[in-house]
Design a protein around this ligand. Structure first.
Ligand SMILES: [Zn+2]
Length: 477
């Protein structure tokens, strides 16, 4: 069976409208998916919404609508923004869909068959904002540090999952690379958590009706994280055996804030159910916006729609991914977007294209790829090779840096050679070589940019081919 390249984003919690963080993760996954499609691989990109849990129920109550109606609206919001941002997903999974519910119940049946579920009393402090139990040491002055609210004491009968049975095995698989966590820093953090020891976790809730009923005891609902994680299987048709056309996932893209769930809870559930582990987790860093943590209370949440309105779809995708290396924590300098747009897109990529197409048409030169400057050809190849090496490792920021460097090199070549002076001197042979070199280099540049900026790159390549002068990125004032 020819397995597809399977890539996932987290499913987003349907309590808040899409913001910059969601857009960052989803555009990252889309670029990787497009890159692999370009290589003629069969690709499957899954995204979706996480629609159960106490917080969803509370948000719906606040809006005075039924939870289902509430999540319907939210899912539509996510689908609309992904369409606008040119995200080409293959399925959008929603955890309230019957096929997802059936997949959750089947997976938990397998976990139970392995003897990994037991009933016990649970007493703890639950933060609804986090949808998890916090311990005393997680709290700051008695409050959840993320939500600044006091977690509620909860005492109820729960069904527990024997996580402790699998932690050693998971650590072994991470160390051996069988479950690859990239970058290394994030893998080490997970190994640290495993090393410190983990207790079993509760996979059901007693007093929460907005969830998937636990078959073992239908007065209970499945813990929202367990419910959500299983989307990666339900989204490709599990338990139908055809899910193996996609599974195991080639890469699951997540943010560092949810790595514990994905690198520990998720593999443990899969091991218990006898399902193969994903091959790789790519954990991108956390980021601040203009140097501050993004939060509702700070009022600095950026709606991707506002960026698209100002810069257009492709430039928004570019601006998001060219801020910092996703392998580290970083900052999105949104206050510098105008400057970066003008410097890199308008004066860089756009200007190069305009110059090259203008000279080709004005001097009536037909580019000939067999007569190009070997020095520039070597530089183009070197940058192009570096780009591919980065993309294979999901280093999107680094790949973009090589395209920026390539563009600078080509713009510099124009300055060095001064084709207008060559034309004036009447040296047609040199003019042919210089413009062929520029045309070929510029073509390579925009081919490399296709996964990042599909529409603009196609326009640029068409302009080059037809000898049409195009203003790709008009300057912003
Ligand atoms: Zn919290």
């Amino acid at each position: 069976m020819n397995k597809a390249f399977y890539i996932t984003t987290p499913i987003y919690y349907a309590t808040a409208r899409p913001h910059l963080g969601h857009a960052f993760t989803t555009v990252t996954a889309d670029v990787i998916a497009r890159y692999h499609r370009q290589k003629k691989e069969k690709v499957f990109l899954l995204t979706g919404t996480d629609e159960h849990g106490a917080k969803v129920a509370a948000c719906a109550a606040q809006e005075k609508v039924e939870p289902q109606a509430f999540v319907d609206t939210m899912a539509a919001e996510y689908q609309a923004i992904w369409k606008t941002l040119d995200i080409k997903y293959d399925n959008f999974i929603r955890t309230t869909l019957p096929e997802h519910i059936a997949a959750v119940q089947e997976l938990l049946r397998r976990v139970e068959k392995s003897g990994d579920i037991y009933k016990a009393d649970y007493e703890g402090l639950y933060c609804v904002g986090c949808e998890k139990f916090l311990t005393e040491k997680d709290l700051v002055e008695g409050k959840c540090p993320d939500h600044k609210t006091s977690p509620k004491p909860v005492k109820e009968k729960n069904y527990f999952f024997k996580l402790s049975r699998y932690t050693a095995e998971i650590a072994k698989k991470i160390k051996s690379g069988e479950l690859e966590i990239s970058p290394k820093e994030r893998a080490n953090e997970v190994l640290g958590i495993l090393d410190a020891g983990l207790s079993d976790f509760s996979l059901s809730r007693e007093k929460l009706s907005w969830g998937i009923p636990l078959e073992l005891d239908t007065k209970q609902t499945v813990y929202v994280w367990v419910d959500a994680l299983i989307n990666y299987l339900s989204g490709i048709g599990f338990p139908d055996e055809n899910y193996k056309k996609y599974w195991p996932a080639d890469v699951q893209v997540i943010g560092a804030e949810i790595s514990k769930f994905h690198a520990i809870f998720w593999p443990a559930l899969l091991l218990s159910a006898g399902v193969a582990l994903p091959k790789k987790l790519f954990v991108h860093g956390l980021f601040t916006v203009n140097g501050e943590k993004m939060s509702k209370s700070r009022g600095n949440i950026i709606d991707p729609r506002a960026l698209i309105k100002r810069y257009g779809v492709d430039a928004t995708r570019f601006l998001l991914l060219s801020q910092f290396s996703a392998e580290r924590h970083g900052n999105v300098a949104a206050d510098l977007f105008d400057k970066q747009y003008n410097d890199t897109l308008a004066n860089g990529f756009g200007n190069l294209l305009a110059r090259v197409t203008k000279m080709l048409s004005q001097y009536e030169v037909k580019p000939d790829a067999s007569h190009i400057d070997p020095v520039i050809a070597a530089s183009v190849k070197e940058k192009s090779d570096a780009y591919h090496a980065h993309l294979e490792k999901f280093q999107l920021f680094e790949a973009l840096q090589t395209t920026i460097a390539l563009c600078q090199r080509l713009n510099q070549y124009v300055e060095e050679k001064k084709p207008w002076a060559i034309k004036k001197a009447g040296d047609e042979k040199s003019l042919q070589q210089v413009l062929s070199t520029l045309a070929t280099g510029t073509q390579t540049l925009f081919e490399l940019l296709i996964p990042f900026m599909p529409t603009k790159s196609a326009e640029a390549l068409k302009g080059l081919q037809d000898g049409q002068v195009i203003a790709l990125f008009p300057r912003i004032t």
